[in-house]
Design a protein around this ligand. Structure first.
Ligand SMILES: Cc1cc2nc3c(=O)[nH]c(=O)nc-3n(C[C@H](O)[C@H](O)[C@H](O)COP(=O)(O)O)c2cc1C
Length: 441
């Protein structure tokens, strides 16, 4: 049974019609992306060819930028289930794990590759025989950006879903017990595993190649209803609802307007930007050292532009908040053909939030297998949470409500979806030992 859908797509059924093409001005787009990251060709030329080469070597920007330890977890999982074309050579071979590899720790290798807010990876695992406990690591909470821990719980749901899909892929059958200590506990799930036939599904393979794609999408290529239905397959959930916004229709334009306004409000808010900045990593050295956070590497620039940005010292890349706003206004919103929102009974419904994360993770994995690009865009909800916690701000809360006009449920997670020519780099990950607290971060 597909998840019940409420959608602006139901307004009329012209979704199969070609969309108005957006004029492709490649040269202009590239220049504006360069400006977006605060660099200019003159700036780079100013360093001189020898200088650029030296910085490239010094910063690691000219070599394999994902060779460092923070990216090893992706390769580990790919090694278990077989590589995917998106990540390089695809031999087509799916290595069968050795008998000894069907151990519960293998599940964590999938769990840690899940999406999380600001790549905070707010999870902690313990393993006791065949029992795995998945807990919140409160030290990895975002703070002011996430006052109700709405996003943290969604991230925990993402981690849970990857873990369950991963279990089957290494020959373990998982038995799930949600919130074993009660709904307010930090123990989100207890997973008891038993040996079973190994099942490497497309979703399990996609765990290793799923990426948040913050680059340009091809606006002219619509995400048609057939594709939306495929995304919704197997997304049954009693506790959540889905809402789609076609970018060509009023509802999509309202979503884009609200998201842009929320981004502007966010960057004008010193408390929110300070809490966000803590998770920003610029150079490869700090990205590999911390193995968390949102890195320049994952900003949605082309591979060439990413290398240019990585070469630049942090003070040369300019104001990252303005760049985020510019990227939102000029790239992310106008190039997306479709937006979506997941709704839960309330922002304090912990079951609904974890369910939302599970749903998002499943949908993003499915999208990956369909060649679709996706990016969460939660600015509207973040501004509503900030208003709630400050005890006012009816307007920000109303904005979320007006987008779907649905009384019983509220928006808790939003995203854009489309097709992209940009294959993003993987994001850094703390390894399994760090997630188990065996090593100190
Ligand atoms: C609850 C939640 C909220 C998120 N919000 C945003 C967002 O507003 N903007 C964005 O670009 N990415 C957002 N993300 C994506 C994360 O930043 C991303 O998952 C993380 O950096 C790891 O990268 P990966 O998904 O490519 O593995 C969100 C993810 C989650 C789980």
């Amino acid at each position: 049974m597909a998840n019940r859908r409420f959608s602006s797509l139901d307004d009329d059924d012209d979704d199969d019609k070609p969309k108005k093409p957006v004029k492709a001005k490649r040269g202009k787009k590239r220049r504006s992306v360069l400006k977006t990251i605060g660099l200019s060709f003159t700036g780079l030329v100013g360093i001189g060819v020898a200088g650029v080469a030296a910085r490239g070597v010094q910063t690691g920007a000219l070599g394999d930028v994902t060779a460092g330890p923070a990216f090893t977890p992706w390769r580990q999982w790919q090694g278990r289930v077989g590589t995917t074309p998106a990540d390089g050579a695809d031999s087509g071979a799916k290595p069968v794990p050795r008998e000894s590899e069907a151990d519960p720790a293998g599940i964590l290798e999938a769990g840690i590759l899940a999406a999380s807010p600001h790549n905070s990876q707010p999870w902690k695992f313990t393993i006791n025989g065949n029992i795995i406990d998945l807990m919140i690591d409160q030290e990895r909470w975002l703070g002011a950006i996430d006052p109700f821990k709405r996003e943290m719980l969604i991230g925990m749901g993402c981690c849970l879903e990857n873990s369950l899909i991963g279990a089957k892929a290494i020959g373990l059958s998982p038995l799930l017990n949600m919130f074993p200590d009660g709904f307010n506990g930090d123990r989100i799930a207890r997973i008891t595993v038993y040996r079973a036939a190994q099942e490497i599904t497309p979703a399990a393979v996609a765990i290793g190649s799923r990426r948040t794609n913050r680059g340009a999408y091809r606006r002219e290529r619509a995400v048609d209803l057939k594709t939306i239905s495929k995304l919704e397959e197997e997304l049954a959930s009693e506790t959540t609802r889905m809402f789609w916004f076609d970018a060509e229709k009023d509802s999509g334009q309202n979503f884009a307007k609200a998201t842009l306004a929320a981004t502007e409000a966010f960057i004008a808010d010193a408390e929110l930007t300070a809490s966000s900045d803590k998770w920003f990593r610029h150079d490869l050295a700090s990205t590999n050292r911390r193995a968390d956070g949102v890195a320049t590497l994952n900003a949605g620039l082309s591979r060439l532009m990413t290398r240019a940005a990585l070469m630049a010292p942090k003070n040369m890349i300019g104001d990252v908040h303005q760049q985020w706003l510019k990227m939102t206004r000029e790239v992310q919103l106008p190039t997306a053909p479709m937006f979506g929102m997941i709704l839960a009974p309330s922002i304090e419904d912990r079951v609904g939030l974890v369910e939302t994360g599970r749903l998002w993770q499943r949908m993003h994995l499915k999208a990956t297998t369909l060649g679709l690009a996706m990016q969460p865009m939660n600015q509207v909800m973040e501004m509503a949470d900030a208003a709630r916690v400050r005890g006012g701000g009816g307007e920000a809360i109303e904005t979320v409500k007006k987008l779907t006009n649905f009384d019983e449920y509220t928006g808790v997670f939003a995203f854009r979806v489309g097709y992209s020519d940009v294959q993003p780099f993987p994001s850094p990950r703390r390894n399994v030992a760090l997630a188990m607290g065996v090593l100190n971060g």
